[in-house]
Design a protein. Structure first.
Length: 722
């Protein structure tokens, strides 16, 4: 009985496909389910055609809708076909002719490469290559390459390369798993490390001693479960086509699958990676794995930083875990909401503006002459961060991370003011979010853990007081904490070393480097905002994370950058850009527009509405609108993604935001941390885009853009700018 399976590359296209094309895919799948092989090849509607001039006669096309073709792997053995890609007739046909399918002799899985382009590129690189000993893989023997699954075709091409930059040129054309092996070796990994980190996760059966038959496609397709999915149920396929996230129920890259479905971790575990690497997906799959092994009475806390992310995780969990009874054993909430539940208090949390006023009142009461900003930062980064409980301890402590001198003799009035601040809050029925987390940590330590497992998403933005609470929420046992985060997306100034808080992930930490959201062109542009700057790892503040090796297999056009003379002309240009995206086939809900400030968002929304384009604000805690262009602040857009994203108002008055930057002469370290948080905020905003990124400003561009070579002349120092 024939079947039509689906390659992960097709599923990555899903959100870009119009509804009638998705329906055409469903109709094609149904034909494979009910027709014989002979009938399939004769069906006039399907038009299962071989291609003249194709590099591989197993690569064919089928009709999806009028003018749209699907490219399929039609192997000569077995009766399972694989849908690889969908596109306009001529584009799909040309792409299909360039492809070649093979079976990896080590992993036994199906691989695809763009052989035409590889054969065109290789002779040029071979001609300009230096002596053998100066080439990129000179120290790796042919035998070791073969043992890692590098076949003769790829080996001949790889042997000509001399740098990571050259390898990157080939990245989109090599078979993905073979490229990943080469990338690991090029970055300095040993043959054994490449085997353990790339090959072993891709092995369908690591214990099998049977040699791989590189002509048996039926077996190879069955072994390629992390890349190819056979969907046997019409309802399941409809779910995938209607809700593209559902594809992740069946697809995980081997590196992701290895992390999510490891049988057990001996203690806290961590997965890090840049935007779009699937950290949240891995966290959800880890929840699914843990649910399968829960004992009676055990529960899981799935927590993150914002309400918008809670909504996203809840939706993903519903798609991933069908069993409602199992799903009900997971509590999904923000860290602050969990703290409020533990403390069970009726005291109202302070807003940012209220907190500043409260510090002023406390300082006036004690006669302290310092600024409210200093007091708030001292309370947050020293007292709450180090869990200091008394004046004596405060006078003795090392004020780690603070760049302003404060001798022990000058600390008593600071302490008295902080005591006055907290006393007044309690008396007025008020609280701070972090203070509530500190109280919750104490209660959990006293009363005992409430969950068997805690899974944390977007971990980089959590404060030490929040981490102490989460540490106390689960017993210190295997699989207690699972942490997903990215230091490069730290947009709130929370510096923390997990190790110092008793959360040691040594030997249980994995980094994901493959982006599944943005095109390589958008990714390269956005990472240029951060490259060369140190960002402390989550696990140990003495080490730094890096974006080296962070890449995407998706390709498209690069970002568009627009410089306007005035704010009005910038908004006019934004309207033109949004219209172009809509005219190009995008729906309103696939477009997101973000800015640093609320007032810029309101102006953008009003201008779009005045131009006849439906637009609405996206706010924290509110659901996204699919029938209107989404407009929101950069902070609100954290965790969201759009097919097209416009980042507007990126000028030197907004990024960095002067009010968010501590003056360098007040506290040098805080000044640097504030700048890093603002830079990360722009990086996060730009990486919300999947297919198209538009960045604009009026007046002078942000120094972050200038330093990255994206606009204007580089200033000598931001600190000197007015």
């Amino acid at each position: 009985m024939p079947h039509l399976a689906f390659d992960i590359a097709f599923c990555q296209q899903l959100e870009k496909l119009e509804k009638h094309i998705r329906n055409g895919v469903f109709d094609a799948w149904e034909k494979f389910e009910r027709l014989t092989l002979d009938q399939l090849f004769k069906d006039p509607g399907l038009k299962l055609e071989s291609l003249r001039g194709a590099n591989d006669r197993q690569i064919r096309t089928i009709r999806i809708t009028q003018g749209v073709r699907g490219v399929v792997l039609a192997p000569e053995t077995g009766d399972t076909f694989v849908l690889l890609r969908v596109g306009p007739h001529d584009e799909a046909t040309e792409w299909a002719k360039k492809q070649k399918a093979t079976i990896n002799a080590v992993t036994g899985t199906v691989e695809l490469r763009e052989i035409t382009t590889l054969e065109e590129l290789t002779p040029t690189y071979q001609r300009i290559a230096p002596a053998e000993e100066q080439r990129l893989f000179a120290k790796i023997s042919d035998g070791d390459m073969a043992a890692l699954g590098i076949d003769a075709i790829t080996l001949a091409q790889a042997r000509a390369l001399t740098s990571l930059e050259q390898l990157d040129v080939f990245s989109r054309f090599f078979p993905p798993d073979q490229y990943k092996v080469l990338e690991h070796l090029a970055l300095g990994a040993s043959v054994e490390q490449a085997w353990q980190e790339v090959v072993v996760p891709a092995l369908a059966d690591a214990s099998s001693q049977e040699p791989v038959d590189t002509t048996d496609y039926a077996t190879a397709i069955a072994r390629s479960g992390t890349r190819i999915a056979v969907v046997a149920d019409a309802d399941e396929l409809r779910d995938i086509l209607d809700k593209p996230f559902a594809a992740w129920r069946i697809f995980l890259h081997p590196a992701q699958h290895k992390v999510a479905y490891r049988p057990s971790y001996s203690g806290p575990a961590q997965v890090t990676g840049g935007p779009g690497t699937g950290k949240s997906v891995v966290a959800l799959h880890r929840v699914q794995h843990l649910l399968r092994h829960l004992r009676d009475g055990d529960r899981i806390l799935l927590t993150t930083f914002t309400n918008a992310l809670v909504d996203s995780l809840t939706e993903g969990l519903c798609l991933l875990v069908d069993d409602r009874d199992l799903r009900d054993r997971v509590d999904v909430m923000t860290v602050d909401a969990f703290a409020g539940r533990v403390v069970s208090t009726a005291r109202r949390p302070l807003t940012g503006y209220e907190e500043t006023a409260r510090w002023e009142q406390a300082a006036e009461a004690t006669g302290f002459t310092g600024t409210p900003q200093f007091l708030a930062q001292e309370y947050k980064h020293v007292v709450l961060a180090q869990d200091i409980r008394g004046q004596e301890a405060y006078e003795r402590c090392e004020r780690r991370g603070r760049g302003s001198a404060l001798p022990a003799s000058a600390r008593p009035p600071v302490w008295r003011t902080m005591e006055e601040f907290t006393r007044r809050l309690a008396g007025d029925g008020l609280r701070t979010y972090l203070g509530t987390c500190a109280e919750a940590a104490d209660l959990l330590t006293e009363q005992g853990p409430r969950y068997r497992h805690v899974v944390v998403d977007e971990a980089q933005d959590l404060h030490p007081a929040q981490w102490r609470m989460l540490r106390a929420a689960a017993p210190r046992r295997p699989d207690d904490l699972f942490i997903a985060g990215d230091p490069h997306q730290r947009i709130y100034d929370n510096r923390v070393s997990l190790k110092s808080l008793g959360i040691n992930v040594a030997g249980r930490s994995t980094k994901l480097r493959k982006n599944y959201r943005s095109t390589q062109e958008i990714l390269s542009w956005a990472t240029g905002l951060l490259l060369g700057r140190p960002y402390a790892e989550l696990a140990d503040s003495g080490r730094h994370d890096t974006l080296i090796g962070y890449s995407s297999a998706l390709h498209g056009s690069g970002p568009s950058v627009h410089e306007a003379g005035t704010e009005e002309t910038e908004l006019d240009a934004l309207v033109e850009q949004v219209r172009a995206w809509l005219d190009g086939g995008a729906t309103h809900g696939e477009i997101g527009i973000c800015a640093r400030f609320n007032r810029a968002c309101e102006k953008a929304k009003d201008r779009l509405v005045a131009a006849g384009i439906t637009a609405s604000r996206v706010r924290a805690g509110a659901a996204r609108t699919n029938d209107a262009v989404n407009v929101g602040t950069m902070h609100t857009f954290k965790g969201l993604e759009y097919r097209y994203t416009a980042v507007i108002g990126v000028n030197d008055r907004a990024l960095p935001n002067p009010s968010a930057i501590t003056p360098e002469d007040v506290d040098r370290l805080q000044h640097e941390a504030d700048l890093a948080a603002e830079r990360c905020l722009l990086f996060v905003a730009c990486t919300r885009a999947r297919d198209g990124l538009y960045v604009s400003w009026s007046g002078s561009p942000s120094p972050f853009l200038v330093e990255a070579g994206c606009g204007g002349e580089q200033p000598s120092s931001f600190a000197r700018r007015p």
